[in-house]
Design a protein around this ligand. Structure first.
Ligand code: ZN
Length: 302
């Protein structure tokens, strides 16, 4: 069985950016990062890179297959697209519980218990920080286990929707998986013809209260993060002495703005990520290394 992907994080990887040619990046190692962060309280901003060791693919890493980001407009405006989306999502959902937090998530939960970490702002929708025991978590881009009606705004659990989709599509999940299509295929190659063919008879569910269109409570490309959530996230950044960024290339402004905010306020910023990030020129120290091992080593020094 392929490693299960929790259903359907937003896919932003196609937005291109480059660091300015004159950008100065202060590269360092774990010790340098520890010197910056010791005796300070931290707010942590995380992205896909912290979940890759849990088997959730990081669509932006260089060896990932190309993938078009689904946009909010596609989801809302195209019945066929939406049907296909829900079909994939429904199959992926069956495997949600196969993913578990890794050492990176656990280290952050420990640091929160020790009073070092104030809270986590995550761009992931996988809830692995919560699973690891983190208590103050802002799920910036939403969470995979909830569904919202675009008409009446009622929120229902994904588990409840799963029951309705099973009733509308008896045997669907089994037929897809029996056909040799793995969950990973469905997640990673949404445009593959074979998968589309298998989902053409899928019946999505509408809101049981008003008949409106249901959407995962996840922020898609082309959508804004709810204002109140953004406000809480800024508040969390302001409540700490430093900002630690882990496992995100900060491709989208929804995350980058917190780095800009912290840097502007004179807070130390440490960025841990394998590969360049858009926040590198703002970092007090940039550690270009894997997230799990770096966070583990860092926690021992804090
Ligand atoms: Zn409704």
């Amino acid at each position: 069985m392929q490693p299960a992907a929790r259903p359907l994080a937003p896919t932003y990887q196609d937005r291109r950016w480059e660091l300015p040619p004159d950008a100065v990046v202060r590269h360092g190692n774990v010790d340098d990062a520890a010197r910056v962060l010791e005796s300070r309280t931290l707010t942590v901003l995380t992205g896909a890179g912290i979940s890759t060791d849990s088997g959730i693919p990081d669509y932006r890493s260089p060896d990932s297959p190309p993938r078009n980001p689904m946009t909010y407009q596609q989801f809302v405006g195209d019945d066929g697209f939406r049907r296909h989306y829900w079909a994939r999502n429904h199959v992926g959902w069956q495997h949600v519980h196969r993913t578990h937090p890794n050492a990176g998530h656990r280290v952050l939960a420990d640091l929160e218990r020790r009073g070092v970490v104030r809270g986590v702002i995550t761009q992931n929708v996988d809830l692995l920080h919560e699973d690891a025991g983190s208590r103050t978590v802002i799920d910036l881009h939403g969470r995979y286990d909830r569904v919202i009606c675009l008409q009446c705004s009622r929120v229902i659990s994904r588990a409840h929707l799963a029951e309705r989709l099973d009733a509308l599509n008896p045997g669907f999940v089994e037929s897809v998986l029996d056909g040799g299509t793995t969950v990973a295929d469905i997640e990673v190659a949404p445009d593959a013809d074979a998968v589309i063919e298998r989902t053409s008879h899928f019946r999505p569910a509408d809101c049981e209260f008003c008949g409106g269109v249901l959407k995962p409570e996840i922020v898609y490309f082309g959508e804004n993060v709810p204002r109140e959530r953004v406000r809480q996230a800024f508040e969390l950044v302001d409540s700490a002495d430093a900002l630690l960024v882990a496992g995100t290339s900060l491709t989208v402004m929804s995350g980058l703005r917190f780095v800009r905010h912290a840097a502007k306020a004179g807070m130390p910023v440490v960025v841990v990520n394998r590969g360049e990030t858009r926040g590198d020129p703002l970092a007090t120290v940039k550690v270009d290394a894997g997230v799990t091992e770096t966070l583990t080593a860092l926690a021992e020094r804090l």
